[in-house]
Design a protein. Structure first.
Length: 322
């Protein structure tokens, strides 16, 4: 009786060898993906990463005097919800905590002093409790000096998230050959917001700035679909998708807006730099270049030099510090 292996054709032997080679080669890939997912699932809490816009914000030169500002609300005005296939979502597309992000950006800057207004009722309630406790002790008017008056803001910041556009740009690339293939796809969304400064005394809108930030989503996947023998099918699929967090994109857009508001106020002489030579700061000059405004500097009298009436509005107005 002949050995069964002697009747195998060369093609069957090749398939067997392919089977033996592919499985050990794919095992590290599968274990690697499993380890990666395990690491993602066990990551500890970390401090929110800073963006390039935040670095520009904290590197801005200081003003002659910090300006007290208040933020009552910074709402989501898009009215959009997260898109889900074949389902209805009640989750909004952008964060509802933009006011807290804006206050943080103002606090990180060297130009503004934000005061609490979003939770003003809670603050007033606590002050009433302190006054009531002081009255029960019986110290009378002496304990009223324990609570100094609240700071009044010179400027109120208003605005909101005005647009969230999905699928602004979509694309991808893929290829397959004899059951082995892969693809790369991406999608770009966009969020836009407006920020305006309002003078408390007159109600005049001093300046308005707008910023836009893209939100990138991308994915990579690889598939293997092959018959290793007549009745044995090998099928492997792996992939990875990354999405920019929408709230971090909103935060970066807000930080960019605060930076732009400070520089625009310097250009329009709403407030002044502590050191006029700081007009040559790389952050300010980079912003002017991005806006397409010629390079500006301040002379000894505090006047802007190098600007034109078309490029800088309000350059002939008297300097005003709220």
């Amino acid at each position: 009786m002949k050995d069964a292996t002697m009747n195998d054709t060369p093609c069957e032997n090749c398939r067997r060898w392919t089977h033996l080679i592919l499985l050990p080669a794919l095992l590290p890939l599968l274990f690697g993906c499993t380890a990666r997912l395990a690491n993602l699932a066990t990551e500890r809490a970390s401090i929110t990463c800073t963006s390039a816009a935040h670095k520009d914000l904290v590197l801005l030169p200081p003003l002659q005097k910090k300006i007290v500002v208040s933020v009552y609300a910074f709402r989501d005005q898009t009215g959009q919800y997260k898109p889900l296939p074949n389902a209805t979502s009640f989750s909004t597309a952008v964060t509802q905590g933009a006011a807290s992000m804006l206050i943080q950006a103002l606090n990180d800057s060297n130009s503004f002093v934000p005061v609490e207004r979003e939770g003003l009722q809670n603050l007033l309630t606590e002050r009433k409790i302190i006054r009531a406790a002081a009255g029960e002790i019986g110290n009378g008017d002496k304990d009223k000096s324990v609570l100094p008056p609240l700071l009044s803001a010179a400027i109120v910041l208003e605005g909101g998230i005005i647009a969230y556009d999905t699928n602004v740009v979509t694309g991808g690339l893929g290829a397959k050959y004899f059951g082995l293939g892969g693809s790369i796809d991406y999608r770009v969304d966009q969020v836009s917001l407006y920020l305006r400064a309002v003078d408390v005394k007159s109600g005049r809108i001093l300046k308005t700035v707008s910023t836009t930030k893209t939100i990138l989503s991308r994915g990579v996947d690889v598939q293997l679909f092959r018959f290793v023998s007549l009745q044995r099918l090998l099928e492997v699929e792996t992939g990875l998708t990354t999405n920019e967090p929408a709230q971090l994109c909103v935060l970066e857009a807000l930080e960019k807006a605060v930076t732009g508001l400070i520089i625009e106020g310097i250009i329009d002489r709403l407030w002044a730099l502590k050191n006029p030579e700081d007009m040559n700061s790389p952050v300010i000059q980079s912003y002017l270049k991005e806006r397409g405004i010629p390079a500006l500097r301040l002379d000894g009298k505090g006047n802007l030099v190098g600007s034109t009436p078309e490029s800088v509005s309000g350059s002939n107005n008297e300097r005003r510090t709220p």
